[in-house]
Design a protein around this ligand. Structure first.
Ligand code: C2E
Ligand code: C2E
Ligand code: C2E
Length: 91
């Protein structure tokens, strides 16, 4: 066990996201496509996002980051390993 462990990357599965009903996935889908266009990164099947972006999305979805992460995991859009990115935060 290492002393300092890097947080897991937050990797959005864009293919699966496209299969989630827009009613729920809409804000995340729009956010992801904005990031893709800012990066000029259009052809990926996945998109790595910032830790900060999950916090921003949690505000948009009006739920705690950990709960939003659980929802994304339940959609298959986020890997279960991403739980470690949101638990034990300092806020
Ligand atoms: P910026 O935040 O000023 O970042 C400028 C450039 O620094 C980025 O250009 C990228 O080459 C590099 N960079 C910054 N942070 C990281 C990082 O964590 N990892 C890596 N690998 N590179 C990093 P790029 O990719 O063309 O993005 C242009 C602008 O688009 C960024 O300017 C930022 O305003 C926005 N952007 C891109 N991706 C994201 C994102 O995931 N979340 C947010 N909130 N904005 C993003
Ligand atoms: P990884 O982070 O496990 O990513 C595996 C593959 O997922 C990447 O292979 C790429 O095909 C895809 N991928 C992940 N995030 C994105 C994304 O935001 N946009 C797109 N279009 N594809 C994404 P790839 O590109 O051959 O990279 C292989 C490995 O090289 C990555 O494994 C990572 O360890 C490293 N790497 C690539 N780009 C960066 C980077 O910007 N920053 C850092 N730190 N490592 C990078
Ligand atoms: P990554 O490229 O492996 O970067 C890992 C972490 O290193 C980032 O976590 C961030 O804390 C730090 N970092 C890397 N480059 C920069 C930088 O230019 N400026 C600053 N201030 N910090 C930097 P973070 O923010 O959670 O991002 C996670 C992943 O999301 C990044 O992994 C990268 O794959 C992607 N990403 C984030 N922002 C950008 C961006 O602007 N452009 C691109 N192309 N990818 C980004």
């Amino acid at each position: 066990s290492s002393v300092v462990e890097a947080p897991p990357r937050l990797v959005i599965d864009l293919e699966r996201l496209s299969n989630v009903p827009a009613e729920r996935a809409g804000p995340l889908a729009r956010y992801a496509s904005t990031i893709q266009s800012q990066r000029g990164d259009y052809n990926g099947k996945v998109l790595s996002i910032r830790q900060d972006d999950l916090r921003t999305l949690a505000v948009i979805y009006d739920m705690p980051p950990a709960m939003l992460a659980e929802e994304l995991i339940s959609w298959g859009v986020l890997d279960p390993d991403a739980r470690r990115a949101v638990e034990g935060g300092t806020d």
